[in-house]
Design a protein around this ligand. Sequence first.
Ligand code: HEM
Length: 409
Amino acid sequence: MMTPYLLMAALYFSLAALMALDAALVNLTLLPWFNGMRWLRIHFITLGILTQLLYGMLPLVVALRARLPKPAIRWDIWATLNGGIMLLLIGIPLVSGVPIFAGGTLIFIATILLIIQLAQLKQTAVSATDGAAVHDGRKFYIAGLGYFLLGIILGTGMWIGWMEPLRVAVPVETHIHANNWGLMSLVFAGLLIDMYPQWFKRPFPAPQSSNTIFWLMTLGAFGLIFGPWFAAQTLLVVGLVLHLTATLWLLYAVIKPIWGDKKAWTIGVTHLTASYIWILAPVLVAPFVLLGVPGLPGRTIETTAPQALIYGWLLQFAFAALPYALMRLFQPDKTSGLGGSWFSFWTVNIGSVFLWASIFIASASGVLAGIAYMLWMIAMLPILAQSWRIVRGGLARFEDKNLAVSAGD
Ligand code: HEM
């Protein structure tokens, strides 16, 4: 059972909502800033919600696709991932080298173990099944996790002096690129392909393109990571073009079969697809920043745009995927659909519009960003309630069963 990961995801979800509220109040100057606030806010979502969701789901999804039995939980991976996250939660706000190094190392080990587990699921599958095209998403997961290893090295090494020996020209940007364009883009693409029949209620329409999409995205991520790493602008731009082509191709494949079919646009499907708007927004602005068009607040875009990417894209994707995964694991006998609500759809997306507005309307930027975080926090509430309801229902049944067993003893 992978439930311990998802229990952690639900817990971090609650903390992420609290941090969004805090960010709103800080931007509206109603609360003071505190050390590590910015880091915690982002990483409760990325490391807290998303890695738990992914580390819990990926072995199951790969096994399901390969028609293998459900893999048992790997407590070694769970403990190294969560132990590592906890050490970072202490180390980064304190800027303390030892827990940062220990935390990063544990998460690195968890990731290597997960890569090995996913790689091994294939070997068994080849002998167990006809081996034909059952592994569409798996290569996306393994490549994405491979890029995460770079992201971890950069995130961990940033404050303990590794950037010079590694010759990293722009550390934070390179770290964000490794995790967003490497890890998250690839893993989400694999999930969209693998889970298409369950999420979109029809077979994935373009299985023959998945290989090309994979290579375009993997090479694109390479350019997007090593471009800023070595201050090689051309590599960055080539990477951006390849990555964007892959993303648009994937979105075209995903959306085409349901285009015009109103009933297919459930709230979950709308959340998943709309989340990609917030990838495209910075990409559309990037050429103007690179060309140094006068009047564009390039610095502000660089520091603020990642927030919209995290809340608008990653978090919104999780709005749909997390309740689905919780339902599958905690209440497996009930049918599970994607999560989400129209209320959270509008609030999360209007929140992202406000954040972008805060970039361009400098005179009101604090208030606009404050409203953005408030909307994001409000958007989380129905999903949070939905998630805890599922968890509570599942755990209550588990306890009832235990009571019945002990009463019968
Ligand atoms: C072991 C894992 C990780 C470590 C050690 C780590 C560490 C860091 C550090 C040290 C910073 C710089 C903060 C600053 O300069 O104020 C940072 C920023 C950032 N990280 Fe991570 N990180 C990790 C995982 C992730 C993941 C999985 C993502 C997913 C996308 C991510 C996304 C970001 C973003 C978007 C920022 C910029 C935050 C901002 O603009 O305030 N990180 N991270």
